[in-house]
Design a protein around this ligand. Structure first.
Ligand code: DGY
Length: 334
């Protein structure tokens, strides 16, 4: 039987933070909590995480920590809250946490705009060959303007297919509209007319059908057992040969080896990736390709977002320790 939740603490909660957070966030945490910070910012080893869950009442991890069933099983009975710094919680076994009566929170909303901006940056960068252009300047191989030099593809008038039309998907759609793209989306549920209407968005009940019709695909869904490798070899073949694939969500949504094969075979025209299947390792087949733009998981990397994410972590811990449901409690079927 899961332990009762939302019990008021009669002391400062014992919090262990697994990575460095913005300085103001760490300072405030030190004022409010009995906190251990990770001052040299190294990604924690399994042994360090095991030691942390044996001691902490609150663990504040990030996407770089694997909080699986084994780790949760090894936690002491004092661990009551996992207050994730980040919106994605695919690195946390939610069912195992729930079974142990451990509450999980995340940081939604505050990184939506910044992440959607980065999606737009890749939607522009890949068809217009922006990274490639920058490279030829720096390596000295640019010989000057020519009528046929550095030709890419216009994005105005193209069809954008968004996979996962939650907060970030909708923010991408609003931006893309301003660039003259038409909006198509695949989502478990159709959005209300009040949301679809202003975006003039078309809902595709089946992903396969949408993939075959759009010019740019943007993945904006969470990683779950249902979405793992949602883009695999079969679906890459469904895409049009001139189409581009953009992923700022989770690397594991794409079968990366299949993506490399599809690029090599010309099944799609290019990809913009901010996330990778085996981060921080990058598939070697991607590294030398001019038709891909690769970024180091930086969708939410603005000073503003990271500060606000930290504030959300603090609020979640504070409200929880006061004996209330934290505002960003993650439900198992998020
Ligand atoms: C998120 O918030 O999920 C970002 O990917 C960083 O973890």
């Amino acid at each position: 039987m899961a332990a009762p939740r939302f019990t008021k603490f009669d002391h400062k909660p014992r919090v262990i933070v697994t990575r460095r957070l913005p300085q103001a966030v760490e300072t405030r945490m030190a004022e409010l909590f009995d906190v251990t910070l990770n001052l040299d910012d190294h990604p924690m080893t399994r042994e360090e995480l095991l030691a942390a869950v044996a001691e902490a009442e609150v663990l504040a991890p990030t996407v770089t920590d694997t909080i699986d069933a084994g780790l949760i099983a090894a936690a002491g009975p004092q661990l009551k809250l996992i207050a994730n710094f980040g919106v994605g919680v695919d690195h946390i076994d939610l069912a195992a946490a729930r079974a142990r009566g451990i509450t999980v929170t995340n940081t939604p909303g505050v990184l939506t705009d910044d992440t959607a901006d980065l999606v737009m940056a890749l939607i522009l960068a890949v068809p217009r060959r922006i990274a490639e252009g920058e490279r030829i300047i720096r390596d000295g191989s640019w010989t000057g303007w020519s009528p046929t030099g550095m030709l890419g593809h216009r994005i105005t008038g193209k069809r954008l297919g968004i996979v996962g039309m939650g907060r970030i998907g909708q923010a991408v759609a609003a931006r893309a509209r301003a660039f003259g793209l038409s909006i198509h989306y695949h989502n478990r549920n159709r959005l209300p007319k009040a949301v679809e209407g202003p975006l003039e968005a078309t809902w595709w009940p089946t992903l396969d059908a949408m993939l075959a019709r759009v010019d740019i695909v943007s993945l904006n869904c969470p990683e779950t057992p249902e979405t793992h490798h949602i883009i695999d070899a079969r679906r890459l073949k469904l895409m049009q040969r001139h189409a581009f694939l953009i992923n700022v969500a989770r690397g594991t949504l794409i079968d990366e080896a299949a993506l490399v094969a599809a690029l090599e075979a010309g099944h799609i025209a290019g990809a913009g990736l901010d996330v990778f299947e085996h981060e921080p390792a990058i598939h070697p087949g991607l590294l030398g390709r001019p038709d891909v733009v690769l970024l180091p998981h930086m969708g939410s990397a603005t000073f503003e977002a990271r500060q606000e994410m930290g504030e959300k972590v603090i609020t979640n811990i504070r409200v929880f320790a006061d004996g209330h449901r934290p505002p960003d409690q993650v439900l198992e079927d998020y």
